[in-house]
Structure formats: structure tokens, C-alpha cells
Design a protein around this ligand. Structure first.
Ligand SMILES: Nc1nc2c(c(=O)[nH]1)N[C@H]1C(S)=C(S)[C@@H](COP(=O)(O)O)O[C@H]1N2
Ligand SMILES: [Mo]
Length: 447
């Protein structure tokens, strides 16, 4: 899988020269060894099926050490780790984004991930005041009412008590409201890891918040809002509307992809608020309060508001609208050669399921439906694929998603018409990647 390794090279925007070198070498090799296969490649290009193989490569005839010796014993590593050869696939901090790393972001390497699930070690991180590894035996969750008439039986749960309750497991994406926030004015960062990497998707396990509120005797009519509070020093507090909670989809979660949450992601307890921006997914969850009006906390008034073109601020715009991005080929990657390449990417909507994704290779003049790979789930990432045969000329890759409520992902022109260009949050515009004649792919903005 030579070319896949190249495409998954690390901060590949920094390594463009290396990739050019390897590609040049590969080209030379291909020229010699694959002369006979040229006809086959041309046919493949015409029928859009991959045909490049390492036919004629003498490496297949050599017996390497691992075919002759004794391998490693079982449980040499009691908790498994990725291959040594994959160690460049990392979440990365964007240098200079914040003054201290405790109040920063690490981005998921979307360019190197397959399918829809983010491995726990590569889930993006966003902390306002650093992360903690909290002793679960000491952690407590309090559920109370803003006054005694709203909630009859205030309770304090420990982790054992929570984990005895009936649980559900659901696959959902989480996207920080500031994802793609650096791109509002112009194309600013080189790779999909930095343009879209505040996005991850996991199977979360926990107790519906509704169940806990029922146990505590909540008045669901008057108690129209819930305040969720984290245990870290940032004093993260967010208002969650009861309409989301009543549906049963808001979870008090302890599980992530079959194991306990990672400390960076809120161990031992976090809120899961499907479809809503990441800031509402309170980590290190310590308190739930039932109230009868929105709380207008600091994280809803000073932060996480949208600057509108007329200078006013929009509050509580929490839904992550329909969005998609091509993860490969994407900024910083280099296409090895002309011929067949698979275009692949992710689509999601905070309103429901993805209905379709269209892909353009000419900057939005022509669109073709991509293949949506199943299962396509509610408020979850969906994987799409499309075929591309490169003729060696410049191209511009774009994807445009539509969700099952009929919302269509906007172009930059359409988005700026209603949101202008000086916002931070909720940029769901169509992403463009420009392919040059050299094979290098770059972040550009169109329209
Ligand atoms: N307690 C607490 N919860 C928090 C935060 C935080 O700093 N402290 N950050 C929020 C923000 S802005 C986001 S985008 C998500 C990020 O979740 P992750 O770090 O698991 O990716 O957590 C949210 N919940
Ligand atoms: Mo966030």
C-alpha cells in the first residue's frame, strides 16, 4: 500500500518536498518496471478502476525476517498500540492559536482516518483550563432544581449508582462550534486536520438524562431548561433546552467506543448532546440543574455567540448545520501520478441524517452524486466516496451535503451573504481543494 502510506504522511504540507522526491522516484521506477502495464493503466483510467500494481517489483521474491523468525508473544503490550509505522498519525495543536496549551485545541487527523469512527487516542481535544484524570470513586453528579418545586427529589449519584442504571449506546459526531472558524475571512490553514479537525465521532454509552430527571421527580412542563456544569476549573456551564432532553437523545455518558471515556474527553462522565456544538457536551460533568429559563452563562453570552453582518450577536445558535469535507485528496497531500484516485470524505448534520452528497472536481461547475457508505445514521458522521481519474490538469475538489430536513450546505458566497466574514463559529461552507499540475493539493476558497 505504497501510495496510501504517502497520502497518510504526517504534517504532509511540511513534507511536500519529501513527497515530490518519493513521487519522482516512484515515477522513474514505474517508467522502467511498468512499461508493459501502460496499456492496462490507460484502460483503467477510461473505466475508472484502479490498476496500478507493483507488478515486476522484485521485493515480492525476498523472504524478509518476519517470514522466517519468531514473532512477539501475546500481551507483550497489555493495552494495544498502533503500528510503529503509523506514529505520524497524531492529533496536533495549531501553534500560536492560544496563549497556553491548557486553553487550546488538538485537531483530529481526518486525512488519515477511515470509515466514521474516531479512534479514542485521536479524538480531538478542546480544553478551557486543561484536562484532569479524575478518580472515579470520588466523582459525584448532583441533580437539583433551581427551586424546590421544579424537582421533588434532588439527588447526588456516584459512578457505581449511575452505571447500575439502564444504559444505551449511540453513534454520534461531536464538532466544536469553532471548527473551520479560522477560514471565515480567507483560506488560512493548510490541511484538513486544521480546517475541519475539531470533529470526531464515537459510540457513546450512558444513561439518558431524561431517566435521571424522572428519578428525581422533575416537573417536565415548567422545567423547560437544564444547566450542565463541569468539574474542571473553567466553570463550563451551558443551557440545554428540554425539547432535546425529552427525546431521550441527551446522554450522561461514561463510555466511548467500548471503553471508559478518555481523561481528555471528560473521564469519568460527560454530557452527550447530539447535533449540538461541542461546548454543550460538558466534560467532567458534576451538576445538572433544572430551571424554567435559559441561564445566559458566560459561555453563552461572552463566548459562543455569532457576530452578524449588522453588528448584533446571535445567541444559542447551537445546532451544527449540514456540512461535509473531502478528507482525501486534501490540502498538503500529493497525488502520485495521473490516473485513478478515490475521492473520500465525511458528511454530517446536527439536524438528522445525511440524504446525499454531491462532489465536483471543477470548482462547482458540475456536480455528481457521491456514494454514501452505510450505515447512514442520525446525527452521525457519514462516509462518502467518489471516483476521479486525473488527466494531469489542475482541478478543484468540492463536496456539498444535503440532510434529510432538506438543508443544503452553502457556498462561501451564500454563507457570507447572511453571516458576513468576521464570525468565529458555525462555518459550514463548502470546502475547496485545488489540485495543481505538480500533483500538490492546496486549500483555496471559491465564491
Ligand atoms: N468541563 C468542560 N467541558 C467542556 C469543555 C471544557 O473545557 N471543560 N470544552 C467544551 C468544548 S468548547 C468542546 S468543543 C468539547 C470538546 O470535547 P473533546 O475535548 O472531548 O473533543 O468539550 C466541551 N466541554
Ligand atoms: Mo468548542
Amino acid at each position: 500500500m505504497f501510495s496510501r502510506f504517502l497520502q497518510r504522511a504526517p504534517e504532509n504540507f511540511l513534507n511536500a518536498q519529501h513527497m515530490r522526491d518519493v513521487r519522482a522516484g516512484r515515477r522513474g521506477f514505474l517508467a522502467q518496471a511498468l512499461a508493459a502495464a501502460t496499456a492496462a493503466t490507460a484502460t483503467a483510467a477510461a473505466t475508472a478502476t484502479p490498476a496500478q500494481t507493483s507488478q515486476g517489483d522484485p521485493a515480492i521474491l525476498e523472504l524478509p525476517a518476519h517470514s522466517k523468525g519468531l514473532g512477539q508473544p501475546v500481551a507483550a503490550r497489555p493495552y494495544g498500540l498502533p503500528s510503529e509505522w503509523e506514529k505520524n498519525l497524531q492529533r496536533r495543536e495549531s501553534p500560536g492559536l492560544t496563549r497556553v496549551s491548557q486553553g487550546s485545541v488538538s485537531f483530529s487527523p481526518l486525512q488519515g482516518l477511515f470509515g466514521i469512527i474516531t479512534p479514542n487516542g485521536l479524538h480531538f481535544e478542546r480544553h478551557h483550563q486543561g484536562w484532569w484524570d479524575i478518580d472515579p470513586s470520588k466523582h459525584r453528579l448532583m441533580v437539583n432544581g433551581s427551586d424546590a418545586s421544579l424537582l421533588k427529589r434532588p439527588m447526588v449519584f456516584n459512578m457505581d449508582e449511575l452505571m447500575r442504571l439502564p444504559s444505551v449506546s449511540r453513534m454520534h459526531f461531536i464538532e466544536c462550534g469553532a471548527n473551520t472558524g479560522m477560514e471565515w475571512g480567507n483560506a488560512a490553514v493548510p490541511t484538513v486536520q486544521y480546517t475541519h479537525g475539531m470533529l470526531s465521532c464515537s459510540e457513546f454509552t450512558g444513561v439518558p438524562l431524561r431517566t435521571l430527571l424522572e428519578l428525581c421527580g422533575a416537573d417536565f412542563k415548567r422545567g423547560a431548561f437544564v444547566l450542565a456544569e463541569g468539574a474542571d476549573g473553567s466553570g463550563m456551564t451551558r443551557t440545554i433546552p428540554m425539547s432535546l432532553i425529552l427525546s431521550g437523545e441527551v446522554l450522561v455518558a461514561y463510555g466511548q467506543n467500548g471503553e471508559m471515556l478518555r481523561p481528555e474527553n471528560g473521564y469519568p462522565l460527560r454530557l452527550v448532546v447530539p447535533g449540538v456544538q461541542g461546548v454543550s457536551w460538558i466534560k467532567y460533568l458534576r451538576r445538572i440543574e433544572l430551571g424554567d429559563m435559559p441561564y445566559a452563562t458566560k459561555d453563552e453570552t461572552i463566548h459562543y455567540v455569532d457576530l452578524m453582518p449588522d453588528g448584533t450577536h446571535r445567541q444559542y445558535s447551537s445546532i451544527q448545520e449540514v456540512k461535509s469535507v473531502i478528507t482525501s485528496p486534501s490540502g498538503g497531500q500529493v497525488l502520485l501520478d495521473k490516473g485513478f484516485h478515490s475521492i473520500t470524505g465525511l458528511a454530517w448534520s446536527g439536524r438528522g441524517k445525511i440524504r446525499r452528497v454531491d462532489v465536483s472536481v471543477d470548482g462547482g461547475r458540475n456536480w455528481k452524486p457521491a456514494r454514501l457508505e452505510g450505515p447512514v445514521m442520525y446525527k452521525c458522521l457519514s462516509r462518502f466516496n467518489a471516483d476521479f481519474v486525473w488527466d494531469g490538469k489542475p482541478a478543484v475538489f468540492q463536496s456539498r451535503a444535503v440532510d434529510d430536513t432538506g438543508h443544503i450546505q452553502p457556498s462561501y458566497r451564500e454563507l457570507r451573504r447572511v453571516r458576513a466574514s468576521r464570525s468565529i463559529y458555525h462555518n459550514n461552507a463548502i470546502q475547496s481543494w485545488a489540485l495543481g499540475e505538480s500533483g500538490e493539493v492546496k486549500n483555496v476558497q471559491i465564491g
